[in-house]
Design a binder for this molecule. Structure first.
Ligand SMILES: [Zn+2]
Length: 382
């Protein structure tokens, strides 16, 4: 393997040796990069890509030697000659130090099983931060908040915590087919994220990656404050004429007949994930910063540097290949703001997944009525 950096977006890339001097499209920004000769490759990226191998060493070191019980680790490869790498190290160290009693340890790559025939620059070290805590998500949130603030490229190229280092939580949950996760997004507000893994695997790549990344990479700090779509949505976008005859209405009715959960909203969502072959996820977090929204900024009504957040009730993969975004709205036929709401959700999901808005549909429904439309047509009319 040859390890190198994308010259456009800075993504860490790797390619098999047989592609040296060939062109390779970066999976993040789409730019074509020439795969460099092995001697010109980045050993920092090579080390970053193999951090999993160092976990047993650090678990033993901080567990047995230092006596930490609930081990959360954040392992990074750092290069003292690389300015960005030094900055990342400092951001991580400072943010963890501010919130926890973090311990640190530094070793050479060879000491933690990273040699593998690869010659590392002598300036490269593997650094591991350890936090003793039974609340791994709090530790992960601190890292994410600090790194989102440090590296503004998330707006263009997405965010992955793994790009900076490897987080090893003290507790790892096991999931069967459906992943469920409660997001504490705002005071006393819990959102039940559900992802039907098998069904979701058949989604377009950008959506699939986004949905699967939510547990680790969702910027929970954005969701602690207003504005939210559900509170800012206006009557800006007029509702189309709806219908009383649509499969989603039948499913909604069935969810009440075969009630599984007490709360109407949760009941509908859970019923859809379990019983509807097209529904892949519920209460999906989405966000957009004002300067990302383009023409839709007027509808979102947020300044350039502010982040608007929201949760999509249901996402479905439709028969015609479109992705549909749905909101359950009791009293759907009297709704005046729901069209604006689902329009914004689709715009936000389109931006986050980098899937063109033309591929989306959006709508809202209850047991009697459903209204849906193409968000791209609305955008063209703005
Ligand atoms: Zn790139």
């Amino acid at each position: 393997m040859v390890y190198f950096e994308c010259s456009t977006c800075g993504e860490d890339l790797e390619a098999p040796d047989c592609l040296v001097n060939d062109k390779l499209a970066c999976p993040v920004c789409g730019n074509e990069e020439i795969v460099p000769e092995p001697r010109a490759q980045s050993s920092l990226i090579c080390a970053k890509r193999h951090l999993e191998k160092t976990v047993p060493y650090f678990l033993k070191y901080f567990g047995k030697k230092k006596g930490l019980k609930k081990l959360n680790l954040f392992i990074i490869a750092a290069d003292s000659k690389n300015r960005n790498s030094v900055k990342v190290f400092n951001v991580v160290k400072q943010s963890l130090g501010e919130h926890f009693e973090a311990m640190g340890g530094t070793v050479r790559p060879s000491k933690v099983g990273l040699e593998m025939g690869q010659q590392y620059d002598p300036s490269i070290v593997i650094v591991c931060f350890a936090v003793d805590s039974g609340a791994p998500e709090l530790v992960r949130d601190v890292l994410k908040k600090a790194l989102f603030e440090f590296d503004a490229r998330w707006a263009r190229y997405g965010f992955r915590l793994r790009k900076y280092g490897l987080f090893v939580p003290s507790i790892r949950r096991k999931y069967k087919d459906t992943i469920t996760h409660s997001f504490a997004h705002g005071e006393g507000l819990y959102y039940q994220y559900r992802l039907a893994q098998d069904k979701a695997k058949r989604s377009p790549l950008g959506l699939r990656n986004y949905l699967f990344s939510m547990l680790e990479d969702c910027p929970n700090h954005f969701f602690q404050e207003e504005p939210r779509v559900s509170t800012v949505a206006s009557e800006k976008i007029k509702a189309r004429e709806g219908t009383r005859n649509h499969p989603i209405i039948d499913l909604c009715r069935a969810s009440f007949e075969e009630r599984i959960l007490k709360n109407d909203h949760s009941n509908v969502e859970k019923y859809f994930v379990v019983n509807d072959p097209m529904t892949i996820a519920t209460e999906v977090p989405v966000w957009v910063r004002g300067d990302e929204a383009g023409k839709c900024r007027e509808v979102a009504r947020i300044p350039d540097d502010e982040v608007l957040t929201g949760h999509i009730d249901l996402i479905r993969n439709e028969d015609d290949g479109k992705i549909s975004v749905w909101d359950y709205k009791p009293g759907a036929c009297y709704e005046t703001c729901a069209a604006t709401q689902v329009f914004l959700y689709s715009v936000m999901l389109s931006i986050r997944t980098r899937i063109p808005l033309e591929k989306f549909k959006c709508g809202y429904f209850d047991t009697e009525y459903a209204c849906f439309f193409c968000p791209s047509e609305i955008r063209s009319s703005l």
